[in-house]
Write a protein that binds this ligand. Sequence first.
Ligand SMILES: [Zn+2]
Length: 303
Amino acid sequence: MIDFKEIPNGEIWELFARDFLVQLGFFIESSPDRGADAGKDMLISEELTGALGRYRLRWLVSCKHNAVSGKSVNEDDEKNILDRVKSFDAQGFIGFYSTLPSSALNSRLKQLRDGGKIKDYRIFDHKLIEDYLIQIGFSILLMRYLPQSYRVIKPLHLVNPEYVPLECRRCGKDLLETLYQEQYLGLIGFVESERDDYSKPRVIEDVYWACKDGCDELISDHYLQTEGKLTGWEDIGDIAIPAFFLEFIFRIMKDIRNESCVFTDNAYGQLKEFLVAISQKVLRETTPLEKERIGKLMDFDFL
Ligand SMILES: [Zn+2]
């Protein structure tokens, strides 16, 4: 999904690594500045809480940007790991790679850790970095360093101060995240009580969201069998398309305006929650200036 070849060279890759690790909560002790010492590693630390208090773990970060050649990072690319870690008084090693580590390099690092020479190691390879970048909180980074991929991925943006997941009512899977794998795995269901008099408005008693295969069937069957209620549905993948998102809202407004449809309090609350969640996919990133403006004008209780 993400094409790391968009990052033009190793220096930008190092800056990207720095900003990425800051977003993950690491503290940068020395930036990847390339003055006299070209190819310098980066030093970062994190505060960990142990049984007896807090302590700081210092990591040496080695950034390798091989995305263009597609070559894995091997032992020759990472010479003298132990010396480098020790000389910076670090305890751990992090490889930040736009490809993969070779299996020999992996074994070497495992050997160093298992032999107690280093405390731990971590490899951020292209797949793991990608997994992070599609998560909430990383969209600004994606927009800055990988603008083409940003357009393809359409990452989630916070609208509320907190992320609002769209969890399947039955299995709990976050349906917003499934939109990255496949557009049409989830649906929104509208539960309607049966009407004997068709001159009266439809009453929507519940609104829920669920996986299309399996989960929804159980929920809608339950409503039909035990309460005699019918369920209508729409694809969440369609509502995530900006024009359909608006059409969806306008259609509901129209039904309410011409009194052909009534939402119970429960259904209305559920519908609002759905709109907040899906808008994290449809709307754009809020700029820092806009965030300041929001802060001055209102709180988020209306959501
Ligand atoms: Zn499910």
